[in-house]
Ligand binder design. Structure first.
Ligand code: COA
Length: 331
């Protein structure tokens, strides 16, 4: 088991576009109903970027809020990591755009591509960088514009996804661990890579007229298979992570799961016997925002006082790759 690190989350922030896509909007676009979407996913609406907005603009807005919340300035940031599967462009990293936009120094900037598990992957990477005296404050952002890769002709997937960004500032504590990343798990199984993916636009299948005609630049998902994988892994992750850390699920102030489908979250909640108030959801308002969903949730619960310093919070995610991950934090 990884040893505890002396890090604190000193700031959080999030940003979502103003534009709302409701279930009623989908009824006009594909063969679906508001009732089907509510019952099968729990989603009522999602936020979608408009002209001039992108992954980097959302990431930048969330970053500014997190830095302000940490009572720091961009000059205090020693590295920027962006978790995303919808980068600003194939290269350079979205983190580089954020660095320029916020006016941070010439610091390391890179992206992490681990889909819906990306924020937790980034958290573990950032925490390990903080072992080095070269780093005191790391800005970690989960940011997505899934609307840019969603096929709005595919009713089985388009109803799920939305856009948004969440950011945290991780700060190395001087005295070790009054608060810490207590335990984490990162996993992947590439045999499931094509269960949820964008087939074209990379080296395997570069963009061509054919790939456009075949709609291969949009996300393809085997929904039922991903559902089964998610239910299994979410439960397993929560149980293993708390058990290894010697913590009982009842000691957790909040579980913040990746917001993929309300039924997946609810199934795990019931099996874990966790009260509704301790299983965070915002999927009703934002849909599935992949790497952004957990940091958006973390910011919301911190700002509205549902969690406080010293509380135990468990983050758990699963998604394309396939990947799955968890992190147990003491705030
Ligand atoms: C996509 C998902 C919502 C579909 O829900 P489901 O209960 O599994 O539904 P099914 O795929 O079994 O489809 C049931 C029926 O509804 C239909 N259906 C699918 N999408 C529909 C829609 N938007 N509106 C109405 N009917 C729809 C199907 O065609 C199917 O019809 P059939 O029985 O005549 O074949 C669900 O599988 C899911 O959430 N999967 C995980 C997705 C996910 O989390 N992805 C991201 C991972 S991080």
């Amino acid at each position: 088991m990884p040893s505890p690190l002396g890090i604190r989350i000193t700031g959080t922030g999030h940003a979502v576009p103003d534009r709302i896509l409701t279930n009623a909007d989908f009824v006009r676009m594909v063969d679906t109903t508001d009732e089907w979407i509510r019952e099968r996913t729990g989603i009522l609406e999602r936020r979608i970027v408009g002209d001039g907005e992108s992954t980097a603009t959302l990431a930048t807005d969330a970053a500014r809020r997190a830095i302000e919340n940490a009572r720091l300035t961009a000059k205090d940031i020693d590295a920027i990591i962006v978790a995303t599967i919808t980068p600003e462009c194939p290269f350079p990293a979205t983190a580089s755009f954020v660095q320029h936009a916020i006016g941070a120094p010439e610091i390391p900037c890179f992206d992490v591509c681990a889909a819906c598990s990306g924020f937790i992957y980034g958290l573990v990477v950032a925490s390990n960088l903080l072992h080095s005296p070269a780093f005191s404050n790391i800005l970690l952002i989960g940011a997505e514009t899934l609307s840019r890769i969603t096929d709005y002709q595919d009713r089985t997937s388009c109803i799920l996804f939305g856009d948004g960004a969440g950011a945290v500032v991780l700060t190395r504590t001087q005295n070790g661990g009054s608060s810490a990343l207590l335990n984490w798990r990162l996993h992947s199984d590439g045999s499931g890579a094509n269960m949820l993916w964008v087939p074209a636009g990379g080296s395997r299948l570069p963009a061509s007229q054919m790939t456009i005609n075949e709609r291969l630049h949009y996300m393809k998902m085997q929904g039922r298979e991903v559902y089964k994988f998610a239910v299994k892994r979410m439960l397993e992750m929560v149980e293993q992570t708390v058990h290894e850390a010697g913590v009982r699920p009842s000691e957790l102030a909040m579980i913040i799961p990746h917001q993929s489908n309300k039924r997946i979250i609810e199934s795990a909640r019931q099996k874990l016997n966790v009260p509704e108030s301790k299983m965070y959801t915002n999927i009703e308002r934002f849909g599935n925002t992949s790497a952004a969903s957990i940091p958006i949730g973390l910011d919301e619960v911190r700002r509205d006082g549902r969690v406080r310093d010293g509380d135990l919070v468990l983050l758990v995610a699963f998604g394309a790759g396939l990947t799955w991950a968890s992190a147990l934090l003491r705030l």
